[in-house]
Design a protein around this ligand. Structure first.
Ligand code: SF4
Ligand code: SF4
Length: 447
C-alpha cells in the first residue's frame, strides 16, 4: 500500500497539492459522474453510516482528489475505499452509467490489499500463493476438515481470541468429499444441443462440490456436452477486488488459454462473482497486446448457468419440488451482470415450487468476498438486515446462486438461530426437479 509522506505545494491552477498526482487513477469513469447523488440511497454502506465519504459519490470525489494529488492516498483514504463492498448497486442506480466497480478497482490496485501491515502480507500471500495454486488451497481445506472433525476444535474455541472465534464461526463445515469430475468431457444426455465448458472454480469444488455436480447433471440433461478442463484455475475475482491485479492477470491468461483449447460454444459459470470477473477479462487485459483480443472473445463466451439455460430453453420433464423459497439476487449477478429475470424464469419452471420475493433482494448480504473477515461489523449489520427480510417472507429456503451469499446466509441462519432456513443453489433445485421426475418417491425437502 502507498504510504507516501504528503509533500504540500501548489499546482499552476492554485490548487493545494499535498501528494504527487496518481496517473493510474486518472480514469475516464471519474468524468462520467455528474454528482447527482441518485446512487446514495442504494449504497449499503451509506445507508448504514449516512456519511458522504461512505457513498459512491463521496468515494468518487476522494479518488479524483487523490488522482490530482489534492489528498494523500494513505490510511484514511484506504479505509473509505475498502469499506465499499464492491456490490455495484450504485451502477444499477446511476443514470449516467458510471462503472463504479472500475473506479474502486483502480483505487485498490494503487493501494494494494486491505488492513494492517501483517493482514496485508497475509492477504497478499493468499492471493498470490494460494488461489492461483489450487493444490495448496485443497490441502488447506483438507486441514480445516481435519480440524473441524478433531477434538481440537471445541478446545480451540475456548482459548482463541474473540476475533478469531468469530471468524471460525463463519466457516462452513467442510464436506466429506470434494467434487472430482469422472472425466474431462461428460456427454450430453439425449439430443446434443451444445458443447460447453464449466468453470470448476477454487472453493466451489471443495465446499460446494454438490452444486458443481448438480450443474453438470442439469447441463447434460439439457443436451450439453460438458467439458471440465483439468488445467483451469481460479478466476482471480478476489485478486481483482483486493488490488492484486498482477496475479489476477496471470490467472486470466491461463484460463483464456485453457478454455480456448476446449473449443466450446460457451463457458458456464455457476458462481456470480466469478462470472462477473470473467466477463471483464477483456477490461483487465485491455493493455496486453498478446491477450487483449483473445480476452474480448473469451469474455463474450462467458455465461452464467441461469443465463445460458434460460436462453437455451429447459428440456423436461421436471418433477415437483414442493416448497416455498425466496430468492437472493447476488450482487455480481444482478448489478454486475444485469441478470435478474433468468433465475426467476427457471424457478418458475419447477412444478410445485413457490417463490416469495423478499424486500430488497438485490441488497448485499454482507459477504462480498473476504469483506465479512475484513469488516465484520458492517458485514454483520447487513447480514442481520438480510435475515430479517428473509424471515418476513415465511419461506423455508433461500435460493442464492453464488457461494459467497450461500455461506453468508448459512452463517446468518446459525447466528440468528433460524437453523430451519436452508440455502440452495439454483442448479441444485433444478437438479432435484429432474430427479423428482425420474424417482418421484426418493425426494424429501422442507416445505
Ligand atoms: S455515480 Fe452516478 S448516480 Fe452517483 S452521483 Fe455519480 S452520476 Fe450520480
Ligand atoms: S459498490 Fe456498493 S458499497 Fe461500494 S459504493 Fe457502490 S453501492 Fe456503495
Amino acid at each position: 500500500m502507498r504510504r507516501d509522506a504528503p509533500c504540500t505545494g501548489e499546482d499552476p491552477r492554485g490548487v493545494v497539492v499535498v501528494s504527487a498526482p496518481i496517473p493510474a487513477l486518472q480514469i475516464p469513469e471519474l468524468d462520467q459522474c455528474v454528482h447527482c447523488g441518485l446512487c446514495l440511497n442504494h449504497c449499503p454502506t451509506y445507508r448504514v453510516t449516512r456519511l458522504e465519504t461512505e457513498s459512491p459519490r463521496g468515494r468518487i470525489h476522494l479518488v479524483r482528489a487523490a488522482s490530482e494529488g489534492r489528498i494523500d492516498p494513505g490510511e484514511r483514504f484506504a479505509e473509505h475505499i475498502y469499506l465499499c463492498l464492491m456490490c455495484r448497486a450504485c451502477e444499477t442506480a446511476c443514470p449516467s452509467g458510471v462503472k463504479f466497480g472500475r473506479i474502486a478497482e483502480a483505487a485498490r490496485e494503487v493501494l494494494g490489499p486491505p488492513g494492517s501491515r501483517s493482514a496485508r502480507i497475509l492477504a497478499s500471500l493468499a492471493f498470490t500463493q494460494l488461489f492461483p495454486k489450487l493444490g495448496r488451497l485443497r490441502l488447506l481445506i483438507r486441514l480445516l476438515r481435519f480440524y473441524q472433525r478433531s477434538r481440537l476444535a471445541p478446545i480451540a474455541r475456548r482459548i482463541i481470541p474473540r476475533r478469531l472465534r468469530e471468524m471460525e464461526a463463519m466457516l462452513p463445515a467442510v464436506p466429506d468429499r470434494f467434487f472430482v469430475p469422472d472425466a474431462e468431457v461428460l456427454p450430453a444426455v439425449g439430443v446434443r444441443r451444445a458443447r460447453v465448458a464449466l468453470l470448476n472454480g477454487c472453493v466451489m469444488p471443495l465446499l460446494f462440490g454438490d452444486v458443481n455436480a448438480a450443474t453438470v447433471r442439469v447441463l447434460r440433461r439439457n443436451g450439453c456436452d460438458v467439458v471440465i478442463p483439468r488445467n483451469q484455475g481460479c478466476c482471480g475475482a478476489l485478486n481483482v477486488h483486493n488490488g492484486e491485479t498482477v496475479a489476477a492477470k496471470q490467472m486470466a491468461r491461463r484460463n483464456i488459454d485453457v478454455f480456448q483449447a476446449a473449443a466450446v460454444d460457451a463457458v458456464i459459470v455457476n458462481a456470480a462473482g466469478c462470472g462477473a470477473t470473467m466477463k471483464e477479462y477483456a477490461h483487465l487485459l485491455a493493455h496486453d497486446p498478446a491477450y487483449a483480443e483473445k480476452a474480448t472473445r473469451f469474455s463474450s463466451m462467458v455465461k452464467d448457468a441461469s443465463e445460458f439455460l434460460a436462453d437455451l430453453g429447459l428440456t423436461g420433464p421436471l418433477g415437483p419440488v414442493d416448497m416455498t423459497v425466496t430468492y437472493q439476487d447476488p450482487c455480481h449477478l444482478a448489478h454486475g451482470q444485469k441478470i435478474r429475470a433468468q433465475p426467476r424464469q427457471l424457478l418458475a419452471a419447477i412444478p410445485g415450487l413457490r417463490l416469495v420475493e423478499m424486500e430488497a433482494s438485490d441488497r448485499c448480504c454482507g459477504s462480498a468476498g473476504i469483506y465479512n473477515i475484513t469488516h465484520p461489523e458492517m458485514s454483520r449489520t447487513l447480514l442481520d438486515e438480510k435475515m430479517m427480510s428473509i424471515s418476513r417472507t415465511g419461506a423455508a429456503a433461500v435460493v442464492a446462486p453464488n457461494p459467497g451469499c450461500m455461506l453468508q446466509i448459512q452463517y446468518g441462519a446459525r447466528r440468528t438461530g433460524s437453523n430451519g432456513i436452508v440455502v440452495y443453489h439454483l442448479m441444485d433445485l433444478l437438479d432435484r426437479a429432474y430427479q423428482a421426475a425420474e424417482h418421484p418417491s426418493r425426494l424429501r425437502l422442507p416445505s
